[in-house]
Design a protein around this ligand. Structure first.
Ligand SMILES: [Zn+2]
Length: 384
């Protein structure tokens, strides 16, 4: 793997490469954009370039030249001991900081804590103190912080000095989804680099390679629902989200004609099953939080269904994500109509916002189903 293998992030690549070519590589980067589009991959490739013993220039293809805006890219050699150590995740000067590092902290009290955020103790011990030491292999020290928006405000404050005046040969790359989740004082001390969603066709191609045997209709569905995030699409496959969606669609297609088809209890049961999977993946989160995340996923599938209704009613059949349920989509779209379907998408977005504000999930789903039923009867629902 090399820098050029990070695909469809020409904007980010170009910014970093131009800074490197000018000899002005910032010491603190803030990579922001959807998860699963290559932020961590590019951060690791940059680390490889900085730690490599024989970095060189590589020529780029015509399409890459267009995306990045340069004829050559500076990259790690991919063969030396340092490059191989970076790739194997064993390089002593590449530090990956994440919220589960509390388990490796020398203080037993910190070790017992749940890894829900990146605490000041973790930032001090694994980042600030380590940045103050000389690099072990003599070239640089690179700190990549995963989910940097989970760095607590006191820890962000403690980090300000390191961001502003990093010790020699120290590079930090903070990874976040949304820039506005960071303290402005942190953002102002970093060079922000935007990452874009990946093209749906690229996600489809990669899914075809990574999950051989996945039916074409599902490849297309996963790429569409993930909204250009390869990482999210792979998680969806692991979660069995296509199958969950098939069950939801069965009910949604007949809603509200068969008004017992969808109940908040039924949805909560699905959310609990999915939430158990989320907890397996991230044992530090509580049951309530796991269910809340699962409800968020279910709302995403709902939104996708109603957005399909809008597309189908508007004659944009080729853009329909639930294309494998084609005839059901067409029938349901004809029944509900474009305007109420668009209204439903707005109403679901409102429910998503309420969920983020910790509104009780059952009440939230009850209210949502009442409104979706009204929309099914062509009433208008006010969305605040
Ligand atoms: Zn190398």
């Amino acid at each position: 793997m090399s820098l050029v293998e990070v695909q469809h992030q020409g904007h980010a690549q170009g910014m970093i490469q131009r800074a490197m070519a000018a000899g002005r590589l910032p010491h603190a980067y803030l990579f922001h954009g959807p998860d699963g589009v290559g932020k961590e991959m590019l951060a690791r490739r940059l680390a490889q370039r900085l730690l490599c013993s024989q970095p060189g220039e590589i020529e780029v293809t015509a399409s890459e030249r267009e995306a990045v805006g340069l004829d050559h890219l500076s990259d790690g050699c991919g063969r030396c001991e340092d490059c191989r150590a970076v790739q194997a995740d064993t390089h002593p000067d590449l530090h990956l900081i994440h919220r589960h590092l509390n388990r490796d902290h020398p203080d037993p009290v910190i070790r017992k804590r749940k890894g829900l955020d990146i605490s000041i103790e973790v930032v001090r011990y694994f980042l600030i103190d380590k940045a103050g030491l000389t690099s072990l292999r003599g070239r640089a020290k690179v700190f990549v912080v995963r989910e940097a928006d989970r760095i607590t405000p006191p820890a962000q404050n403690a980090l300000l000095k390191t961001l502003e005046e990093p010790p020699p040969d120290t590079y930090l790359v903070l990874l976040v989804e949304l820039l506005d989740r960071m303290l402005p004082t942190t953002v102002s001390r970093c060079q922000a680099v935007r990452f874009d969603p990946l093209p749906v066709q690229f996600v489809m191609d990669r899914l075809g390679q990574l999950v051989p045997g996945l039916p074409k209709s599902q490849v297309r569905w996963h790429a569409g629902v993930s909204a250009g995030s390869l990482g999210a699409a792979l998680e969806q496959i692991e979660e069995g989200l296509f199958e969950l969606n098939e069950r939801l669609i069965q009910d949604l297609a007949w809603f509200p004609a068969k008004d017992d088809a969808l109940t908040s209890q039924g949805l909560l049961d699905e959310a609990k099953a999915l939430g158990a999977l989320y907890r397996k993946r991230d044992p530090d989160i509580s049951d309530t939080e796991a269910v809340r995340r699962a409800v968020k996923t279910i709302l995403k599938l709902f939104a996708c269904w109603y957005a399909d209704m809008v597309r189908a009613a508007g004659g944009r059949k080729e853009d329909v994500i639930n294309a494998s349920s084609g005839s059901v989509v067409a029938k349901a779209a004809a029944q509900i109509g474009a305007e109420p379907a668009a209204n439903a998408v707005q109403r679901i977005a409102q429910a998503e916002r309420q969920l983020a504000q910790n509104v009780n999930t059952q009440l939230l789903l009850d209210a949502l189903l009442i409104d979706l039923a009204r929309l099914g009867h062509k009433e208008t629902v006010h969305v605040s």
